[in-house]
Design a binder for this molecule. Structure first.
Ligand SMILES: [Zn+2]
Length: 193
């Protein structure tokens, strides 16, 4: 499979809703593998198919392979554990929210606090085509909610409080201009999900 290109803020593909996967086949497994490679290459911890311009409900996540240092730098733990979720769907969420700073491979250079439910129950298909349902919290729950948003054309900056969003409006406008001019920076450092 050709190398996948990560789309950036301003690209209309990020605003399109993705369709459910009908069959889990070899092609889908190849796509999941290629998405994992792109995610690791860009030092992300999650990636959704629409971020590479493919509108299928497929996400990959690995919240263990990088850890954040105090100054925001990330270091590799060396352990890779790629999780793949097909047609992920939140069937329950806790009333209790958590606030955490998020970034996004599609919105390089921008980070901000977002409130999300602390715990979720997730229904999904595995790459073997089997149905699973599990409860999760912490970084994994956070990351999966961020990725499912991508499947619905929603970005984390949409969920930031109005005043904080106003503060990053300039950066978003610049990024959009660069994206439309084909000159958006390669996401590599501050990005996360
Ligand atoms: Zn993202």
């Amino acid at each position: 499979m050709a190398k996948l290109r990560i789309r950036t803020y301003g690209d209309p593909v990020l605003r399109q809703k993705s369709a459910p996967v009908r069959t889990v086949d070899a092609e889908l497994r190849r796509l999941a593998r290629a998405m994992g490679e792109a995610m690791y290459e860009h030092r992300g911890v999650g990636l959704a198919a629409p971020q590479v311009g493919i509108h299928k409900r497929l996400i990959v996540v690995d919240v263990e392979w990088v850890k954040k240092e105090g100054d925001g730098e990330k270091s590799e733990t060396g352990k890779r554990n790629l999780r793949v979720y097909v047609n992920p769907e939140v069937t329950w969420e806790s009333a209790e929210d958590d606030s955490m700073s998020e970034g996004c491979l599609s919105v390089p250079g921008v980070e901000g606090e977002v409130y999300r439910p602390r715990k979720i129950r997730l229904k999904h298909l595995s790459l073997a085509g089997l149905s699973h349902e599990e409860e999760m919290d912490g970084m994994l729950a956070r990351c999966i909610q961020h990725e499912i948003d991508h499947l619905d054309g929603v970005l984390f900056v949409d969920r930031m409080p109005f005043l904080k969003r106003a503060r990053i409006a300039g950066a978003l406008n610049r990024l959009k201009k660069d994206t439309l001019a084909g000159a958006a920076p390669a996401a590599k450092s501050a990005a996360a999900l």
